[in-house]
Design a binder for this molecule. Structure first.
Ligand SMILES: [Zn+2]
Length: 89
């Protein structure tokens, strides 16, 4: 799939559809000690930043995968997780 197709197959990347985001280090604990969880309700700007990051990572060939309600991808030493309100298919 091309980056355009990948992005088209994702659920709508809106603040309403995203509960929280996580930015941390790859191959590290994800409890929050090696990264940061941000609720959309607390900091929508931080969530928008992660959405922009997702688009640029996909454009550069780093594709996300899905685990339940969570979209996950890695870029360089960083790990990103986007928690959607609904289950992803
Ligand atoms: Zn930890």
């Amino acid at each position: 799939m091309t980056p355009e197709e990948i992005l088209k197959n994702l659920p709508p990347l809106t603040l309403e559809s995203i509960e929280q985001v996580y930015v941390g280090k790859v191959n590290s604990c994800t409890c929050g000690c090696k990264g940061k969880y941000t609720l959309t309700s607390e900091d929508p700007k931080a969530v928008k930043k992660v959405i922009r990051k997702l688009k640029s990572c996909v454009a550069q060939g780093s594709f996300p995968w899905v685990e339940g309600k969570v979209l996950i991808w890695a870029y360089r030493e960083y790990l990103y997780r986007v928690f959607f309100v609904k289950e992803l298919v």
